[in-house]
Design a protein around this ligand. Structure first.
Ligand code: ACM
Length: 628
């Protein structure tokens, strides 16, 4: 039997809880001179701990020791109290995991079980059932922009046969993998003809549903969109009404961001996600590779990045984070695997944009390459939003540029997309103040404000990327320090207002406001509903009703809003089934936000169409959130 940690009482403070913990030694062995290592997503103040002392907090990793030397003999209990922010113990996904004790003298580790407890006043979420009426026309998500019906139906049959698609080998292959019930066979088949038609706008398509089905488009992407809509119609496995679809996307950029840092996702899972992005006409995978908690992409010039920072755990360069525990935990993508994913996505007309998050969120790189990236004389004091004091690159060190050159050069070769994302979010206050090198750099360049050092570094990256034919993308803080050329593309995440401000200010913008598009936000406030809520709770209808354009945008600003992106940050998303639950079906609502003109969207009809898609998600093995 094991050692067990419980929360035995949770008392309300003002904005915090007093959490009483009990540690019980149910093993046969005595444990001496121990520290307790646990995961908590709140800042723990040393003065707010009773009967324990805070040894260290790095991010979500907390190490405590008993305030007075305490041996835990078999059967002993040890009680302590922590005062924590309410947001840190708000949801089922906040509960500690990956807990262990370390005996200091021997460095022997003991795994600790967390005994589940019932949070007070638990309310299971009250999700409303979906409208299950028949959809108004074709069961396509995102809703096509123009649909009309005529009399009659096309009878459903088990075979479908496409002709006129000699130039569309790839598209047809993808189409065949999308079919749930039908076979691509000529016998007694539903007849489909692809017909080139030059006046149809790029990416657009038309489908004529008559005795036979004709798909018109002017380019391969248009045919791909048409075939995907047709696959969705066929997958409903019903007779199809005669009529017409005339369709093209509202926004050219329709993205999904995948954070593979906080918890690693396998190549197979990413391919499954890409299949679904393509099925819902999302055309960009933004791949978040690096952060404070890991480095996930092979860089041949600096193998230490993945040797030291792809796996975390006890005794590793990066300690356990987000409940990953003492054992080595993680993974990374070789350059070959990244190329395989890029090719897999390209076949489905999806571009993959890599993100290397600098200068903040860089703790993994710094831990892996301290000789290059660490300024040992830097006395700056700061605390990042996720409680690190050592996660920012120093723009005054030559090593920073050596590192950046290698990373940009190698990744630019692997990712053919014309974009490259450099992060730039959440650089904490106080950084660089205590660095002589940074102070000197300020003087040398005539800069007034430390934020200009960030601007300087990002401008360097922008110039290097431009030489590679790439446009720099960054989170909205990339404009801090005001050094970027205006062709930078800004991902406005903190709110709807920031996308308006950046677009009106002359930047091209991707709208990704956390309040609507961050799929790590819980669906609702129930304690048993997973996720976080710092920005909002996002029920399906809220995700659906997000409108990126706004009356405060100038005409030019409106033209600069390139599109919308939904995102899955993964601090609380450990397993693939948790991933599925958070992403589906909200991403389908997002697909409609990004594709369908706002005046065409209809929440009731979306629900009716969505009800016909769950069977397909089941078929794909997706553990989506249910609505009945
Ligand atoms: C972000 O959510 N920090 C971009």
């Amino acid at each position: 039997m094991a050692i067990v940690l419980e929360i035995t009482e949770l008392r309300n403070g003002q904005n915090n809880y007093n959490a009483d913990f009990t540690l019980t030694n149910l093993s046969q062995a005595s444990i001496c001179d121990w520290t307790l290592n646990l995961f908590l997503v709140g800042l723990l103040e040393p003065t707010k701990c009773r009967h324990v002392e805070l040894v260290r907090q790095d991010g979500s990793f907390i190490e405590l020791k008993p305030a007075t030397s305490t041996q835990l003999s078999p059967g002993d209990t040890f009680n302590f109290t922590l005062q924590v922010d309410k947001l840190a113990l708000n949801k089922i996904t906040d509960l500690p995991s990956g807990i262990y004790l370390t005996e200091q003298a021997t460095q022997q580790l003991h795994q600790v079980e967390f005994a589940p407890f019932i949070l007070p006043h638990v309310e299971v979420s009250k999700r409303d059932p979906l409208n299950q009426a028949a959809p108004q026309a074709y069961p396509v998500i995102p809703l096509p922009n123009k649909v009309s019906l005529t009399a009659g139906t096309i009878p459903n049959r088990p075979n479908v046969w496409v002709s006129g698609a000699e130039q569309l080998v790839q598209e047809l292959e993808v189409f065949s993998t999308q079919l749930q019930h039908h076979s691509l066979q000529p016998d007694n088949a539903i007849e489909v003809v692809c017909e080139q038609q030059g006046q149809i706008p790029a990416q657009g398509y038309e489908i004529q549903f008559d005795r036979k089905i004709t798909i018109y488009a002017s380019d391969r992407l248009g045919f791909s969109h048409g075939l995907t809509s047709l696959a969705q119609c066929l997958n409903a496995n019903q007779d199809l009404p005669c009529g017409q679809i005339v369709d093209q996307p509202r926004f050219n950029y329709r993205g999904f961001m995948l954070d593979c840092v906080r918890h690693f996702r396998s190549v197979d899972k990413i391919k499954q996600v890409i299949d679904l992005l393509s099925y819902y006409k999302i055309n960009t995978l933004h791949w978040h590779f690096t952060d404070d908690e890991a480095w996930r992409i092979e860089i041949k010039a600096f193998p230490a990045l993945t040797e030291k920072a792809a796996f975390r755990g006890h005794g590793q360069a990066i300690e356990s984070q987000f409940g990953s525990g003492s054992e080595p935990y993680g993974g990374f993508y070789t350059q070959e695997q990244a190329k395989e994913i890029v090719a897999y996505a390209a076949k489905r007309h999806i571009q993959v944009i890599p993100e290397i998050d600098i200068p903040g969120h860089s703790r993994a790189a710094i831990k892996a390459l301290p000789e290059l990236l660490l300024d040992p004389a830097d006395q700056s004091q700061y605390c990042s939003v996720q409680f690190y004091n050592d996660n920012v690159l120093n723009p005054a060190l030559p090593g920073t540029y050596q590192f950046l050159d290698a990373v940009i050069d190698e990744l630019a070769e692997i990712f053919p997309a014309p974009y490259f994302h450099v992060g730039a979010d959440e650089v904490p206050e106080g950084v660089w103040e205590g660095s002589q090198h940074c102070q000197q750099m300020l003087k040398d360049n005539g800069y007034q404000d430390l934020r200009e050092l960030q601007g300087h570094l990002l401008r360097y990256a922008q110039d290097r990327l431009r030489q590679k034919g790439k446009t720099l993308m960054g989170w909205e803080e990339a404009i801090h320090g005001d050094k970027l050329e205006k062709d930078a593309i800004i991902f406005a995440w903190r709110g709807v207002e920031s996308s308006i401000a950046a677009a009106n200010d002359g930047y091209h913008v991707i709208a990704t406001p956390a309040q609507y598009t961050y799929l790590d936000m819980a669906y609702d406030r129930s304690e048993v509903e997973p996720g976080t809520t710092w920005a909002a709770d996002i029920e399906l209808d809220k995700a659906y009703h997000y409108e990126p354009l706004n009356q405060d945008l100038t005409l030019e600003g409106k033209a600069r809003l390139m599109g919308v992106q939904y995102a899955l940050w993964s601090e609380f998303v450990r397993t693939d089934s948790q991933f599925d639950y958070m992403v589906f079906p909200r991403l389908l609502a997002g697909a409609e936000v990004a594709w369908t003109q706002s005046e065409q969207k209809q929440w009731q009809d979306f629900q009716a169409r969505l009800s016909l898609h769950f069977d397909y998600l089941d078929h794909c093995g997706i553990k989506y959130r249910h609505y009945k």
